[in-house]
Design a protein around this ligand. Structure first.
Ligand code: SF4
Length: 363
């Protein structure tokens, strides 16, 4: 084992069992530590009360436990909370906790986590893109957002849903994303049901099959944002590598299982992709696909040329999809007053740096 203390957060059960084996402990000890880390979220070895004191002392020398540090917290008038976390190397990422009511009116929390510091995908309407790509998050830093946000819940509350829709493109950080999903949905981690965890991608088509096979049962959201390649290429540069046909062909072949459908995200931008013609083209594109469309009226941030369409236009778009037999919902914007809504996350410190808002890529 290395002389430097090894970080435990982000280790899966197998790695912890193996670490304990190297330290002369039986496999069940690794499983106990797994449960302490993720089900209980302990921050000190002394809290692992079923681990013998002598081994806890050895662990304290060989390993470290580190929670994400809360740098800033913002609260929206609609109850959404945004957390800016400081990581070990000083980099910062955001998570958003969103209040949702189910059909019976019961309040539940959803947590949106980040997978990268910044993002390399360069989507034209997204504030994170203006940071550029800084670095990948480790599985521990992704899971750490869940644990730290869970610590901030009031007694009796729980995080019901988790979405990987924060800063970064999850499939561009494939291994850490898959590992974090497996930890969060592990039954001994007391985490989330796979059905209540969704990973969103901007359309990294070559990794979709591998992802769905690696974490079956987990929700998948694919961002379309346009119904033709010309518009999509301007909004989502990844379209130049995998165009709509390549992406949707891949989606049609995904082993999604009987009951699951892909969610297609569609950010609506006034005069760019919100016309009746766009809605009709979109419904034709999705013909025969088991899916639903989530319309996201664009959430503004300073310095962009885009505008949000009015509610009537969004509803008309949705009705055209429904009439064509495509299930479609409209996402109610949450937390836009604190820049916590979809596409608004960023480390402001990095944005105020060189050329941040000059990197805009208007149509
Ligand atoms: S929308 Fe998502 S993939 Fe596109 S730049 Fe923003 S964070 Fe990256």
């Amino acid at each position: 084992m290395s002389a430097r203390p090894v970080g435990l957060l982000g280790m899966d059960e197998e790695e912890l069992v193996s670490l304990c084996g190297e330290m002369g402990e039986p496999p069940y000890r690794g499983r106990q530590i797994f449960s302490w880390l993720y089900a209980h979220g302990v921050s000190k070895f002394s809290q692992m009360t079923n681990i013998p004191k002598g081994f806890r002392a050895k662990l304290g020398e060989a390993a470290r436990l580190e929670a994400l540090e809360l740098d800033r917290e913002s609260k929206s008038t609609d109850g959404t909370e945004k957390y800016l976390w400081r990581l070990r190397d000083g980099a910062r990422v955001e998570s958003v906790r969103i209040p949702m009511r189910n059909v019976s009116g019961v309040m539940r929390w959803s947590l949106c986590v980040s997978t990268q510091v910044g993002c390399a995908m360069g989507c034209a309407f997204c504030l994170t893109a203006k940071m550029g790509f800084v670095r990948q998050l480790t599985a521990g830093e992704i899971v750490g957002q869940f644990l730290a946000a869970r610590d901030l819940l009031a007694p009796g509350e729980r995080l019901h849903n988790v979405v990987f829709m924060g800063m970064g493109e999850p499939l561009d950080n494939f291994d850490a994303t898959v590992k974090a999903v497996k930890i969060l949905t592990h039954p001994q981690a007391n985490g989330v049901s796979p059905r209540r965890l969704t990973v969103s991608t901007v359309g990294v088509a070559s990794r979709l099959k591998r992802f769905v096979s690696a974490v079956p049962g987990v929700g998948l959201a694919v961002s379309l944002h346009a119904a033709d390649d010309e518009t999509r290429g301007k909004l989502v540069p990844v379209n130049r590598k995998w165009n709509l046909r390549a992406l949707l062909d891949e989606c049609r072949e995904l082993p999604m299982g009987e009951r699951r459908r892909i969610t297609f995200e569609y950010v609506m931008l006034r005069g760019v992709n919100d016309t009746k013609t766009d809605a009709k083209k979109l419904s034709r594109l999705l013909e025969g696909l088991k899916c639903k469309v989530n319309l996201i009226p664009w959430n503004p941030f300073p310095g962009t040329p885009f505008e949000r369409p009015d509610d009537g236009r969004v509803e008309e778009f949705r009705r055209i999809l429904l009439a064509a037999g495509v299930v479609a919902t409209t996402r109610t914007p949450k937390g836009s007053d604190i820049l916590a809504a979809c596409g608004q996350l960023a480390d402001a410190g990095r944005l105020s740096g060189r050329n941040a808002l000059k990197q805009l890529n208007p149509l």
